[in-house]
Design a binder for this molecule. Sequence first.
Ligand code: NCD
Length: 310
Amino acid sequence: MRHLMNPLDFTVEELDSLFDLANDIEHNMPKYAHTCAGKKLATCFYEPSTRTRLSFEAAMLNLGGSVLGFSDANSSSASKGESVADTIRIISCYADICAIRHPKEGAPLVAAEHSGIPVINAGDGGHQHPTQTLTDLLTIRSLRGHLDHLTIGLCGDLKFGRTVHSLINALSRYEGMRFIFISPDELRIPDYITEMLRDKNIPYEEVIRLEDTLPRLDILYMTRVQRERFFNEEDYIRLKDFYILNKKKLRHAPADMLVLHPLPRVNEISVDVDDDPRAVYFKQAQYGVYVRMALILTLLGLAGKEETKC
Ligand code: NCD
């Protein structure tokens, strides 16, 4: 049985097949409408979510399956002290596959170790968010045509942003990547990530100013300052509006640069950017449904079986 804890759990070749499947789903949705008939997805969210949970649910419904779950730890037995290990043993009796989000790093891994069904990490603390990474990679691959030889600027909260940590992990396996980390000093990328890049001889820079960096980028990945992971509110207030991308600043960027954001945004991208053709964050959220459909099919061993079930 296979789980997804980290984007590196799939080889680059496996990811390619997954993205091919996601693109086929995008263009031939009706073909997949019954592939998961009779199957159930459990969404166990111990932390808030809009996109991740609802895109998982939409993905399973698009495949003809059903969904059950909770979106608030207080409405589950976690509030009575039940462990993640016990909860997943129970969920394994009710569902065929489970997506779990938890504020504690490593909680989905504990779940996977005690589970009778495939478990998907839907975000664990400041650690990893592999399905957002699959979404990001599919977006870049679909709109740029390739995932190698790119200069990517990651901007904002690089310290606590799990989507950033997952994405760098995944992109570090492609040829010719160059990373530019754009953050205030307090929100710098963790050392374990820069060490990994140095070990692999992957070029990276750390800078503070966004405007000066824009002309060199193929991809700009904006992120929100992660208020819930700060120890005190004053630090958050001081840093929250450090970067605000607006139409005027975007004039410095190449005409074919893509602006991605895992969302939700707070102030870091002004709404006047939304109608710029380079702003693809809402499209990115749509790719999140296709890639989660492909992932569910793959983990349930149903990829390539769509016709037989119809
Ligand atoms: C991200 C997350 O939860 O880490 N959101 C998402 O899943 N798309 C990003 C964020 O909350 O800032």
